[in-house]
Ligand binder design. Structure first.
Ligand SMILES: [Zn+2]
Length: 854
């Protein structure tokens, strides 16, 4: 019957679908969402007064949300609000503190005492407040949370009921109404611009089918609900500061899921909890769940628990708190994705989805208050258990070495410190397990600190798990992500280390000499490509070294490695060359040297043919429908924020009608390319033959292979099937088999050819790659093309079935092939994973700037 009703009108829907008890034309009003029998303070404005309509009539715009929350803070002595930061698009990130007026007078002391208890393991007393952090709609196109947050804030600010007064007299509510303002803004615009006077509930309607990219993600199309640990984005950086300033007892994370679903609240799948999270966390989550169940029962709503969602990856909003003795709680509401949409349960309206989020927000308060004593006790027990784990651990800490890339090393340290992880600088050389940790170029991270569990998760090399199905990645080892040598050390070793407090690097002083023979800088540093890009934009002429050399400089003879960038005075340069080089080198903290002669004592001379010209790249990224917005976003984020390259983004569907002539490089992320027209394939082939550099990753590489742009063949789907025999399996084994065939996020070891220009600036022969797919690329006959191969025993960390490892071992990980004057480069894995995998993201810079060495 649903199928025949293509365009339901509001009136018709009233009589036909009221299954979810929220008819789509019901007369809305803000109070209707809130518990009955409240005595509301008339001086506190309802959301309607700012919006101009009741909540749920339209999707709230972020600016309206901000205005309402600021107005509440103005009108209510229970509410204060701060801007904790700003998004990429400069929207303010808000945090409301809601508690009694008298608690507001002492809020700094209350906070300080609570933080001190956490740091020292002191007992909280029964009169100490619970800190309840309410976070909403980290996914922008799951907007019921943010829309509900106005009603929850109003209720707390205005209600004089005994329940609310007790809640606020005895506890502190923190409320973040929009964890992802840029995504919320994008989605609100989409939903509102398609809304007519008559709501269209047909799921085919454009309102319910966002185009590319969706509002789920932030400005650079990253999933902020994976970024709590990685801290790639300003939203997460601002939030994590508040998390540590407050260390809430409970943190909620309100989401939406598929339209045909019901409602979910944690506990999640019991066997898929992170083993570093105490089981008491699940017990207490279950105690709160009883209150959600009771509240939803009263409203006759369907729901489920302990299925689908898990708490393994610590980078999510409902899981990060679990590593800190807090209770992170995930809520998932079926999405109307618009104002009203047909579902298997009848028409699901936007107000209905908002209602459920209001209901479970309030049941969170009820549940937390009823379980106050065990929740307060749990934070202390968590501290004690952590001390025991530290004592029982054979390992006393981790040494991490810097190598020649100080910027990458410091970025990793910045992430660790943002998580309140203490670390120290090593001041005397030390050799551990064949790795040499040099004085002032290595750190030690002691395990004897309150962040023990988070540190252990950040250096985990676990490969075997109780349950092999993962909702997200199975590993996020920071040492592997940043490709830095590290060692777990026993106390017998760490006791003898010479350590001082870590201090950031001082600014490099270059003191360059004017009008000398040439300037030069090494390529190892992560900021070197950004420095090069700035110089190229200013018309500076540079040459990249194809081989090592030892040059005479104003500071004596110095060795330089392959990939070093030379700026010779012999070629016409901008008049202000010296100040350009000096200023940019200072900005990026890069050592630049003055060379006094073209004759070198070792290696190539400065006029050698092995120095090649580097031109400013003109980059085209292919995006749009059919490509992965996550991966395109990651590439865009790297080019834009790390290199400062203004890349053109073109939709895949527009490729056929556009000229490629002006571009030097084209980048393809994962996508569905099998339907790309023959004429487009020919256009790209011709462009490569004329000298273009074609770069692709993951499924783009399989398309490259299909088009014979690379010589490698894909291992067929049949071979993959054959590796996982199904004889004798029962129907119940089906989903476990599917999970085995996936690589949901594990680290694989590759061996790279350091003599290849794509790896200039890299220091170690092995390179950890983050694998999120099961594509296998056969090696070719030609060793000069298969420039990185997975090793014989490739799995370094995370889950991957033995059969998958067997298929992948010794196959090609990275390929680079000459095609006439052009080059084709393929990465089997995502080299920009979540803006976190810094060990491999510079491969893109090498492909942009050093491809002329091929
Ligand atoms: Zn979500």
């Amino acid at each position: 019957m649903l199928k025949s009703l293509q365009r339901l009108t509001v009136l018709f829907a009233l009589s036909a679908f009221t299954l979810l008890s929220f008819p789509i034309c019901a007369q809305l009003n803000d109070i209707g969402y809130l518990p009955k029998g409240q005595n509301y303070n008339p001086d506190i404005p309802l959301p309607t007064e700012v919006l101009g309509y009741p909540v749920g009539t339209w999707h709230v715009r972020h600016d309206q949300l901000v205005n309402y929350m600021k107005l509440l803070a103005q009108k209510s002595d229970r509410v204060s609000v701060i801007e904790t930061g700003a998004t990429h698009e400069q929207r303010p990130l808000l945090l409301l503190t809601i508690t009694s007026a008298s608690n507001h007078q002492n809020v700094d002391q209350i906070k300080a005492k609570h933080i001190n208890n956490i740091a020292t393991g002191n007992s909280a007393v029964s009169t100490d407040p619970l800190i309840l952090y309410m976070g909403y709609s980290v996914h922008g196109n799951e907007p019921s949370g943010s829309n509900a947050s106005m009603l929850v804030a109003y209720h707390l600010a205005a209600s004089n009921s005994p329940e609310v007064e007790t809640l606020l007299n005895e506890n502190i509510v923190l409320l973040d109404p929009s964890l992802n303002p840029d995504g919320l803004a994008r989605f609100a615009q989409w939903a509102n611009m398609h809304k007519g006077k008559n709501l269209v509930t047909d799921s085919m309607h454009r309102e319910h089918e966002e185009h590319w990219p969706s509002g789920r993600t932030n400005h650079y199309w990253f999933d902020l609900n994976r970024d709590w640990l990685l801290l790639t984005h300003p939203e997460s950086k601002a939030r994590i500061k508040q998390f540590h300033a407050w260390r809430p007892h409970v943190l909620t994370d309100f989401h939406e899921m598929g339209t045909d679903s019901t409602y979910f609240f944690q506990p999640g799948v019991p066997s898929r909890k992170n083993p570093l999270t105490p089981s008491q966390n699940v017990t207490l989550t279950g105690a709160l769940a009883k209150f959600h169940a009771k509240a939803l029962d009263a409203d006759k709503q369907l729901y489920f628990t302990e299925e689908s969602y898990d708490d393994f990856y610590y980078g999510k909003g409902s899981t990060y708190p679990d590593a800190h003795g807090s209770l992170g709680i995930l809520f998932e509401q079926a999405s109307s994705r618009g104002h009203a949409q047909e579902s298997i349960n009848g028409v699901l309206t936007f107000p209905r989805s908002i209602q459920n989020q209001v209901t479970t927000s309030l049941s969170t308060f009820d549940g937390a208050m009823a379980n106050k004593a065990p929740i307060l006790a749990y934070q202390k027990q968590f501290y004690r258990d952590t001390q025991k784990l530290i004592k029982d651990d054979d390992i006393s800490g981790y040494l991490v070495a810097q190598g020649k890339d100080a910027s990458r090393f410091e970025r990793m340290i910045d992430i660790l410190q943002s998580h309140q992880i203490e670390l120290q600088l090593v001041t005397k050389d030390k050799e551990v397990g064949g790795v040499s940790y040099k004085a002032n170029k290595a750190i030690f991270i002691p395990l004897a600190q309150t962040q023990y569990r988070l540190i252990q998760s950040l250096f985990s090399e676990r490969k075997r798990f109780a349950d092999n199905t993962f909702y997200d990645v199975s590993n996020w080892n920071i040492g592997l992500a940043f490709n830095l040598p590290y060692s777990a050390t026993k106390s017998s070793v760490s006791r003898k280390l010479s350590l001082v407090e870590w201090q950031s690097r001082v600014a490099v002083e270059n003191n360059l000499i004017k009008d000398e023979y040439a300037y030069v800088f090494e390529w190892h540093d992560h900021q070197a490509p950004a420095l090069l890009q700035r110089l190229l934009e200013k018309g500076v002429q540079v040459r990249a070294a194809g081989a090592d050399f030892k040059a005479q400089t104003t500071k004596g003879e110095i060795d330089f490695s392959k990939g070093a960038i030379v700026i010779p005075a012999a070629i016409k340069q901008p008049e202000d060359l010296l100040s350009l080089v000096s200023n940019y080198a200072k900005q990026y903290n890069i050592s630049v040297h003055t060379i006094t002669s073209g004759l070198t004592s070792k290696g190539i001379d400065l006029g050698s043919r092995k120095f090649v010209k580097v031109d400013k790249p003109e980059v085209l990224m292919i995006g749009g429908v059919g490509t992965s917005s996550y991966e395109v976003g990651e590439i865009w984020h790297y080019l834009d924020t790390r290199l400062g390259v203004p890349a053109t983004l073109l939709d895949l569907s527009d490729l056929k009608s556009r000229s490629l002539e002006r571009y030097t490089h084209i980048i393809f992320a994962s996508g569905r390319y099998s339907n790309v027209k023959e004429s487009v394939v020919k256009k790209i082939t011709d462009w490569v033959h004329k000298g273009g550099v074609l770069i692709g990753q993951k499924s783009a590489v399989s398309w490259f292979a299909e088009n014979e742009w690379i010589d490698n063949k894909l291992v067929s789907k049949d071979a993959l099937k054959a590796a996982f025999p199904i004889n004798g399996l029962s129907y119940g084994d089906k989903s476990a088999l599917a999970a085995k065939k996936l690589v949901a996020g594990a680290v694989y070891k590759s061996k790279i050819d350091l003599s290849h220009p794509l790896f200039f600036g890299f220091e170690r022969e092995t390179l950890p790659l983050f694998k999120t797919n099961n594509m296998v690329l056969e090696v070719t006959e030609n060793p000069f093309e298969d420039i990185a191969k997975y090793t014989d025993e490739p799995l370094m960390a995370g889950y991957s079935a033995d059969e998958m490892q067997e298929l992948i071992r010794n196959t090609t990980a990275i390929v680079a092939t000459k095609r006439q004057k052009g080059v084709v480069i393929g990465f089997v894995d995502n080299v920009h994973f979540r803006g976190y995998w810094d060990g491999t993201n510079k491969l893109t810079a090498n492909a942009l700037y050093l491809s002329s060495l091929l």
